[in-house]
Ligand binder design. Structure first.
Ligand code: HEM
Ligand code: HEM
Length: 178
């Protein structure tokens, strides 16, 4: 398996970036709800350090992924109809969009609330905006709506992957796996 994608196969770098991001996002969603549900305590602060650090890691992986994507080829979709190809492309771009909107809105929430961020307790992240209570509320609302959209699109995405694998029995799932 080469590092680069071909018109038929995903290369290993795209696969590693896809599955590492997927793993982090599956941790990140319950972690966000859990951290939010806690009362103010050292545990809550620690959970938010993990949440913010993993969320910014998703953003970093997204940037690498998009740079790699525009530099190389993408395997052709195995969907039969044009409409299905269109829906799958729209879902992929929505997922890419959400992987940017979620970290950036999260970053705005913290900055507008005047809470400094230290990624993995090590790397200080500068404030992206100044303290602003109403901006904080708007960003929190956007963050929350994006989570709901993400969950819905992921159900569609995973359902489509299973449909290709189990019903259509084509190569879609196998070529994204190792
Ligand atoms: C169990 C979970 C998942 C499964 C089974 C899965 C499966 C797949 C498969 C098979 C493809 C390749 C589609 C093709 O070759 O046409 C793919 C692509 C993709 N997946 Fe997932 N995925 C999962 C989770 C996720 C998550 C959590 C995200 C991000 C939020 C994600 C984002 C994407 C994106 C953006 C693409 C398009 C790649 C591109 O065209 O650049 N996936 N996924
Ligand atoms: C892939 C990225 C991310 C995902 C999937 C995600 C998901 C979530 C979820 C599920 C919640 C709890 C429900 C809600 O309030 O909407 C939440 C809350 C929160 N997240 Fe994220 N998040 C991500 C990135 C980030 C980042 C990078 C930051 C900060 C740098 C952040 C800061 C916050 C904050 C401050 C809250 C509490 C919001 C409030 O008090 O209303 N998130 N996130």
């Amino acid at each position: 398996m080469g590092i680069k994608n071909t018109s038929q196969q995903w290369g290993w770098l795209s696969k590693v970036l896809h599955w590492l991001t997927a793993l982090i996002i599956f941790l990140q969603i319950p972690l966000g709800f859990y951290a939010e549900s806690l009362r103010l305590s050292p545990l809550k602060m620690d959970m938010f350090v993990w949440h913010k650090s993993l969320g910014m890691l998703v953003f970093l992986l997204l940037v690498i992924r998009l740079l790699w994507r525009i530099k190389g080829t993408i395997p052709q979709s195995l969907s039969a109809s044009g409409a299905q190809k269109c829906i799958s492309q729209a879902a992929h771009w929505l997922l890419y969009g959400l992987m940017a909107v979620l970290p950036i809105s999260g970053w705005i929430i913290s900055s507008a609330a005047n809470i400094p961020i230290k990624l993995f307790w090590l790397i200080p992240l500068p404030a992206i905006v100044g303290p602003d209570e109403s901006l904080k509320s708007v960003a929190a609302e956007l963050h929350h709506i994006s989570v709901l959209v993400l969950v819905a699109v992921l159900i569609l995405h995973i359902g489509a992957a299973l449909r290709h694998h189990l019903l259509m029995q084509d190569n879609t799932m196998r070529r994204m796996w190792f």
